[in-house]
Structures are given as structure tokens and as C-alpha cells.
Write a protein that binds this ligand. Structure first.
Ligand code: OGA
Ligand code: MN
Length: 218
């Protein structure tokens, strides 16, 4: 009979360090955020974008609200996006692909960082022309379980800086506030610490497509 220690040893031997994920972790530790280009390749982005658009055209999206579920207020002056929550069990091909990649990252984080990610929630988001999301912290919705925020951009391949909609992340360095402006390039994923970094979405000039979500602890 194998002892528990033997099994644990085999599990450790089975573990392979993944340089792509290791870079994400290093960046998160150093800066509390991380920009990952080509997390999704352009074919995957196209599948997800098509799925988002189809669901938007079928009017499945609703105006995003602020506050928690029991205290929901639609406040256009704060955020102007339309969202649709994803249900992992009911997704089509595009959503299955999406969750396969996310789950693989979560599994790696849990193995190597002891983050204890237990649940996740993701929604499609569409910002129509002229909309924005004012500076905020993702835990203001009374959800202290949100550990990491992930934003995955699904814009067209010919997306240009003039289209606006930059994500601006604010952080503190030696008592000085600094900010980083990030373009929503297709395939790009931005990951940041939900409880720490305030951020905003600048006014959008051409409809802006994404999936936003949170990895949560108990
Ligand atoms: C959010 C958010 C950022 C983005 O939905 O809470 O901050 O770049 N999104 O879409
Ligand atoms: Mn946010």
C-alpha cells in the first residue's frame, strides 16, 4: 500500500513550471497588476467576439448596475456598459474555450501561490460609444471575496488608439500616485488585485467589447 507521502511526492514530480504563468505571477507580485498580450489568439478572440455580438443582438444584455445584488442602482453617470453574466455550465464553444483557459490559470495559481481561489464570476461587457466607467475599486460592491480582477479584450483586429476606452490603473509608489494607461487590444488580458488598485475606463469612441471577471476566495 502506498503511503500518503508517496502520492504527494508523485504529484510534485508531475508538476511542471510554466514560464507563461510564472511571468504573470512575478508581475502581480511586483506591481499588483499584469498585462498579458496574446492570452487569447486572434481566432479565439473572434469566436468570443462573435458570441458576444450575437447575444447582444438577441437583447440578452442588460444595463450594468452599481451596488450589490440586493441594492442595485443603474447609474449612467458612473458606468455606461451593458453586461451579460456567463454561466460556465451552459456556454457554447466559445465560452467553453474561455473557461478552459481561465481554469488552467486558476489551477496553476492555486498550486503555486496558495491564493485559495474557490469561485469565479465573469460577464461579457459592451460599452457603447460615449460611455465610460468612473474611477472605482472592484470591491466597492461589498464583495471582499474578490481577489483578482481579469479583463479580456475582444475588440476588432484593426482597433486604433483613437477609439478611446483605455483602462487606467492607479497605484501608489513612495507616497506618489502614478497611473498606467492600457489600450484594450484584442487578445490582451489585464489582471490586477481587486482590493488594492483603483481604475477607470476612459470614454469610449467606438463600441468596446470585453469579458470582465473576478477570481474569488471563500
Ligand atoms: C469593471 C472594470 C475595466 C475594463 O468592469 O469593473 O473596471 O477595462 N472594467 O473594462
Ligand atoms: Mn472595475
Amino acid at each position: 500500500m502506498e503511503s500518503k507521502n508517496t502520492i504527494e511526492l508523485f504529484e510534485q514530480l508531475d508538476f511542471k513550471e510554466n514560464p507563461f504563468y510564472e511571468k504573470i505571477i512575478t508581475n502581480l507580485v511586483d506591481h499588483q497588476y499584469c498585462i498579458v498580450d496574446d492570452f487569447f489568439d486572434l481566432e479565439e478572440v473572434a469566436m468570443l467576439r462573435d458570441s458576444l455580438k450575437a447575444k447582444f443582438e438577441e437583447s440578452q444584455f442588460k444595463k450594468a448596475a452599481i451596488g450589490n445584488k440586493t441594492n442595485e442602482v443603474v447609474a449612467k453617470s458612473i458606468r455606461g456598459d451593458f453586461i451579460l453574466w456567463l454561466n460556465e455550465a451552459e456556454g457554447g464553444e466559445a465560452e467553453k474555450l474561455f473557461f478552459t483557459k481561465i481554469n488552467s490559470l486558476v489551477e496553476y495559481l492555486n498550486k503555486t501561490c496558495f491564493l485559495g481561489i474557490l469561485t469565479k464570476e465573469f460577464h461579457y461587457a459592451l460599452y457603447p460609444e460615449g460611455t465610460f466607467y468612473q474611477r472605482h475599486l472592484d470591491t466597492f460592491q461589498n464583495d471582499g471575496r474578490r481577489k483578482l480582477s481579469l479583463v479580456c479584450y475582444l475588440n476588432e483586429e484593426d482597433w486604433k488608439p483613437e477609439n478611446g476606452g483605455e483602462l487606467v490603473i492607479y497605484s501608489q509608489e513612495n507616497d506618489l500616485e502614478i497611473y498606467k494607461s492600457i489600450y484594450p487590444m484584442p487578445g490582451r488580458v489585464v489582471i490586477f488585485e481587486s482590493q488594492v488598485l483603483e481604475h477607470e475606463v476612459k470614454p469610449v469612441k467606438t463600441a468596446r467589447l470585453s469579458i470582465t471577471g473576478w477570481l474569488k476566495t471563500r
